[in-house]
Design a protein around this ligand. Structure first.
Ligand code: F6R
Length: 592
């Protein structure tokens, strides 16, 4: 979601530094972008809709000497995708430039009031009230940072706000949501939405925490909100290794990341025994465990519920992150909350975790991004080790989540070795699925499906989680309408949508669900459905069949990998422009 990058310092190419910084944040997903640079007494702005791609900064901006610049990639919330709505936004004097991530819930009240006072608005955004409110405070004689603090204290919602001020050549950042990281090198000070944006400049960083305000100018000053008490900034030296993201021989990160999966599963099988035992001990001793996640991570968590039940006879609860606030009344200091997240920045997970912490519950985060908000909030941290995931659509992070939860369930059952062996066998099967001859079969199915409007997917038990995850992959990658169901549910209503040749994908592992899921497949076929079976055993109900190894409960992994490939090739056949960045989506979802 919105990417933020800012620079103030000695270099007089501030706008170029910011533009390059924005490119490192492109993977987050956005629909427009903009850069503001201070020249003499005012800000000059360049804004565009669409992706940065291979564009260069407009010569009007790139030719200027500037030592202060901020830039933003916008994922629209209030107001459509237009040049006017792109950030940064200016006040009436063009000396205050603001960019923002979050939602200002009470902006309408201020907008009306400010228009009444003669302020000119050019966008439909909630953000634009901020520079004008600051302008009002400055007029009343407050200093710049106090004006930002007063303004921020007026706003409701979860927000990160970055303000550049031309007269003092300062950037002030303040937040109570969305991540912000500051960095310093000899030449200047930087602000970014994530560490990866800063790493080419510096490894000396500060994580801005919620309800803090920071001033970047000649030096750095940090304050607590709402009063503005000054506190000492603490720098962290980052010694993490950042892999250079490289598509290798692949045209898209999405495909590369699908092919990364066997190595990731093997790594978890070989090296995660201590991590799995650690998490298992917490589950064992907790009085109630709750797993949380959104989207793909929520389906990994749902699979975890089945793993813990089937492998370790242990009941754990599960909720999608955005619903957990309404279910959390029974949390106590004895409860364990396991947030599962690739980015570690999903606000719908972070917010309920914050509340759970307030209730004294323990937090054991399963995350992929080191240093992310969730990582820092957690009492126990389990890193997924999937490596940086660049494609917006989650693939290898899902496989890593499922592998870690599977190993944990086996650790809880004191059958760790069995879990490791199963994962190694799974990695081998995924390798086979990724071979050209198998992929060719998937491409042929994609060809058959390319003009279909609807696809239904069914599974029972842990394969119900597969059906949900596979339908999400199909929808977001190829834009086809796909719906996943528990096999038993279709006849309760949705079977009304089955017509001649409606494609239906059936996940049929060799487990206790096999007979029942085949009966459900028969019910659909009897109404004309075109049946695609995925599992270890062929059956004549299937019109097309893709064989996986029989991996008992781990069969979810090859099932999902096949679905990822199907989604990718369907997208290609349907002419989707860039499967790495599907329309309307963001990699890191930092607004509610
Ligand atoms: C779908 C996808 C999303 C994410 C969701 C949570 O392919 O990637 O559904 O799974 O936005 O993101 P994280 O895992 O970063 O919390």
């Amino acid at each position: 979601m919105c990417g933020i990058f800012g620079y103030v310092g000695k270099s007089n190419r501030a706008q170029d530094i910011v533009f390059e910084g924005l490119k490192t944040l492109e993977y987050r997903g956005y629909d427009s972008w903009g850069v503001a640079a201070k020249v003499k007494k005012h800000f000059f702005i360049e804004k565009h809709i669409g992706k940065i791609g291979n564009s260069k900064l407009n010569s009007k901006l790139s030719g200027l000497n500037s030592k202060l610049s901020i830039g933003h990639t916008r994922w629209a919330t209030h107001g459509g995708v237009t040049v006017e709505n792109a950030h940064p936004h200016l006040d009436c004097t063009k000396t205050i430039a603001v960019m923002h991530n979050g939602i200002i819930e009470n902006y309408e009240f201020f907008k009306k009031d400010l228009i009444g006072k003669g302020h000119m608005f050019v966008s439909e955004t909630d953000t634009e009230v901020v520079p004008h409110l600051i302008e009002e405070y400055l007029k009343k004689g407050f200093g710049f940072s106090t004006s930002v603090r007063n303004t921020f204290n007026l706003l409701t919602g979860l927000n990160a706000i970055i303000v550049a001020f031309a007269p003092s050549s300062e950037i002030v950042a303040v937040k109570n949501g969305s991540p912000l990281v500051l960095g310093a090198d000899r030449e200047g000070l930087f602000i970014s939405s994530d560490v990866s944006g800063l790493i080419s400049h510096t490894r000396k960083i500060i994580f801005l925490e919620d309800n803090q305000m920071i001033i970047l100018g000649k030096k750095i000053k940090l304050f607590e909100l709402p009063q503005g008490k000054e506190i000492r900034p603490v720098f962290h030296k980052i010694d993490w290794k950042f892999e250079k993201e490289d598509r290798g021989k692949f045209k898209y990160f999405l495909l590369k990341e699908i092919y990364d999966q066997p190595k990731i599963i093997e790594n978890i099988a070989l090296n995660y025994s201590q991590e799995a035992k650690k998490l298992a001990r917490l589950v064992e001793t907790a009085f109630g465990t709750f797993m949380l996640g959104c989207g793909t991570a929520s389906y990994a968590a749902l699979a975890g519920v089945y793993f813990f039940s089937r492998v370790a006879n242990k009941h754990v609860n599960f909720s999608i992150g955005s619903e957990f606030n309404y279910l959390e009344n029974y949390l106590t200091p004895q409860s364990l909350v396991i947030p599962i997240s690739q980015s570690g920045e999903t606000i719908d997970v972070i917010e309920p975790v914050k509340r759970a912490r307030e209730k004294g519950s323990k937090i054991a985060a399963v995350v992929n991004v080191l240093g992310s908000t969730l990582y820092r909030q957690a009492d126990t941290k389990i890193m997924l080790g999937a490596g940086m995931e660049k494609a917006v659509v989650g693939t290898k992070s899902f496989t890593a989540m499922v592998s870690v939860l599977l190993l944990t369930a086996f650790a809880l059952a004191k059958r760790e070795k069995e879990g490791e062996r199963l994962l190694r066998k799974t990695a081998k099967n995924v390798r086979e699925i990724l071979r050209d001859d198998f992929v060719l079969k998937i491409k042929k199915i994609a060809e058959k499906l390319k003009d279909k409007e609807h696809i239904f997917l069914i599974g029972r038990g842990v394969s119900y989680a597969t059906a949900l995850e596979a339908s999400l992959k199909l929808k977001e990658t190829s834009y086809v309408h796909a719906e996943g169901f528990a096999g038993g549910e279709l006849k309760h209503g949705v079977i009304a949508l089955i017509e001649k040749d409606t494609p239906c994908i059936v996940f049929a592992p060799n487990d206790e669900t096999y007979d029942d899921i085949l009966s459900n497949a028969q019910e659909i076929k009897a109404r004309g459905g075109f049946m695609i079976g995925i599992g270890p055993k062929e059956n004549n109900v299937f019109d097309v069949f893709l064989k996986t190894e029989d991996l008992s409960i781990a069969t979810i992994i090859p099932q999902v990998v096949i679905s990822q490939l199907l989604a990718f090739y369907l997208a290609i056949k349907k002419g989707v422009k860039d499967p790495d960045k599907p329309r309307n989506l963001a990699k890191s979802v930092t607004v509610k």
